[in-house]
Design a protein around this ligand. Structure first.
Ligand code: NOJ
Length: 568
């Protein structure tokens, strides 16, 4: 070890000892486990979203969404999969609620498909009562089983018509159209739904939908598209919050929040000021982009500075980051009754200058590089490394930046790649849940105001551009079988124990959970191994038998013709 490195380490050590404010960022304790329980009333559940799980993409009057159209284009989704049928949640929601009941969920998070309610996106055109009935039934059955619905209004499935006519979130008219949709949902479901999430992970809608084009609608408007989409989304969120506040809150007494996704960004070198600032920038460009206007009234200063400077260097007269008027700022500020947080992973961040030029994008605007530690477990999705300690840091960041808001964790979980799909003994998922939930418990002890936790996801489902190749479910879904049967993975048992103990009571008990959970999954594994046979049998009866019969009849006819010809 060089002398310079030793000095840095020593400095880091000194920092560890001296920093002792709200949360001790440098006191790593990364390996230590905290035994303890959550406050009474802490809410446990799991989630999913309409396009990812419902199927029935063209049934009962539903209109097309940008995802229906995007997924049907060749080359957009892994193996050209679509969610046309997915888990058939539209037909199987009763079975799914039985699963939730058995796990003793307090809540279930799902989203309403806008084009299932307004097939053309617009209220004046047509309201689809069959779509309303589906959500009515779902909500009623959840409540009958004492499961609180947490309902997302926009989980990425914009009505296709609005994209074709107006350019979707590039256009300011979406603000009013979305508000009409939300207002109808409040009117029809708000007597029973008390937790509303306006947008799910708008970062993805903006960046992947309008900047990189990996997601629907697939536009690649580098350097401008994401900022414009986000600007309209933030305004739409605020408008919907005000609509609820002025028209429904006093009657319905519910809460309206937004769900933001964020990875944690840790400086590569905690003694290097440039890395510290780069890591902060990473989080500000991710979560702060949306959270700062909503809590504090405007975009993070660092975004305004960086994008403004780079735009000027490009020779542009104004910043590529749109500007809120002072009226808009005060209208947007404070429009959040609770903050939903989706969190999966962490990155190490270091500073890197990207020279300004023609090739500016959201990513180069940040002037940083993301790195990972190759020792971090990486069981499924390429981007998802298990780094539990990042979760506690992110939660503490939210607490200090936004005035300790009420938080619901709206997504947290881990996937497996398709090669391991028959493995119901998901050891790594149990470990992931155990460690991440434990970090959340530590954050709670730090004073973070977390009220609930949503495991992502209840079922294996359509994973956007990755198709069905990445499975996040607590329950395995056999997509090859047209009945889409669900099988519990071991993590179901594990999560069930966390829920029934409301945390981690003591070492002896917690250590027995993994063994007990894996005992059950090996027999389910055998069940599953037998299942492809059922799908095979279905194929034999539905395709092979009729085809062979038709061939036999044809052959017999030809043979008969020959015989008859010979005779005359
Ligand atoms: C966030 C998205 O909201 C969700 O739909 C997706 O399944 C997870 N990320 C995992 O990629």
């Amino acid at each position: 070890m060089s002398l310079q490195r030793m000095l840095k380490l020593l400095y880091a050590l000194v920092l560890c000892v001296s920093a002792n404010e709200d949360f001790d960022w440098t006191k790593n304790e990364r390996g230590s486990f905290y035994y303890g329980t959550f406050p009474t009333g802490f809410s446990w559940g799991a989630g999913g979203s309409a396009y990812q799980t419902e199927g029935a993409w063209d049934k009962d009057g539903k209109g097309m969404s940008i995802w229906d159209v995007f997924a049907h284009k060749k080359g957009k989704i892994f193996l050209n999969d679509t969610a046309d049928h997915s888990c058939e949640g539209y037909y199987k929601f009763k079975d799914d609620i039985t699963l939730m009941k058995d796990m003793k969920f307090n809540h279930y998070r799902f989203s309403i498909s806008w084009p299932r309610i307004f097939p053309n996106g617009i209220k004046a055109d047509h309201i689809n009562e069959k779509g309303i009935k589906y959500y009515d039934d779902l909500i009623n059955m959840l409540l009958d089983n004492n499961i609180t619905p947490i309902v997302t209004l926009y989980h990425w499935d914009l009505p296709q018509v609005l994209h074709e006519k107006y350019g979707g979130w590039q256009n300011a008219s979406m603000v009013n159209y979305f508000n009409d949709f939300a207002n109808l949902c409040f009117e029809r479901f708000g007597d029973r739904v008390k937790y509303w999430i306006t947008f799910n992970n708008p970062w993805s809608s903006a960046v992947e939908g309008y900047e990189t084009g990996e997601h629907a609608p697939g536009l690649k408007l580098k350097g401008t598209g994401a900022y414009k989409a986000a600007h309209h989304i933030i305004k739409a969120h605020a408008k919907v919050w005000h609509t609820y506040d002025t028209q429904w809150r006093s009657k319905q007494k519910g809460l309206v929040g937004i769900s933001l996704l964020a990875d944690w960004g840790e400086p590569v070198d905690i003694t290097n000021q440039r890395d510290i600032e780069a890591a902060e920038r990473y989080v500000q460009f991710y979560m702060g982009w949306f959270a700062t206007p909503i809590f504090n009234g405007d975009y993070p200063q660092v975004m305004k500075d960086y994008i403004g400077r780079k735009s000027a260097q490009q020779g542009l007269g104004t910043s590529r980051l749109p500007v809120f008027s002072s009226q808009e700022k005060s209208y947007i500020k404070g429009t959040c009754d609770f903050l939903g947080i989706g969190h999966f992973t962490t990155r190490y961040i270091t500073q890197k200058n990207y020279p300004s030029g023609r090739g500016n994008s959201y990513f180069t605007d940040r002037d940083l590089v993301e790195l990972v530690d190759p020792r971090w477990p990486d069981p499924g999705s390429e981007w998802l490394y298990s780094v539990p300690w990042g979760f506690r840091r992110l939660l503490n960041f939210v607490k200090t930046q936004y005035g300790n808001p009420m938080i619901y964790v709206t997504e947290n979980g881990v996937s497996e790649k398709v090669q391991r799909c028959t493995d119901l003994c998901d050891e790594w998922r149990m470990q992931y849940f155990k460690d991440y939930i434990n970090e959340m418990l530590k954050a709670l002890k730090d004073g973070v105001n977390v009220k609930g936790y949503t495991a992502w996801s209840l079922l294996d489902k359509f994973e956007w551009d990755e198709g069905f190749s990445e499975r996040f479910g607590l329950f395995y879904v056999d997509f090859l079988n047209k009945n889409k049967p669900r099988y519990p993975k071991a993590s179901v048992q594990y999560y069930k124990r966390i829920i029934s103990s409301n945390g981690f009571p003591n070492q002896r008990e917690v250590e027995s959970w993994r063994r007990k959970a894996t005992e059950t999954c090996s027999s389910s594994n055998q069940l599953l191994a037998a299942d492809p046979l059922t799908s095979h049998m279905e194929m034999v009866t539905e395709i092979v038998v009729p085809t062979v019969c038709t061939l036999c009849i044809l052959l017999a006819a030809v043979f008969l013709m020959f015989l008859l010809r010979g005779r005359f």
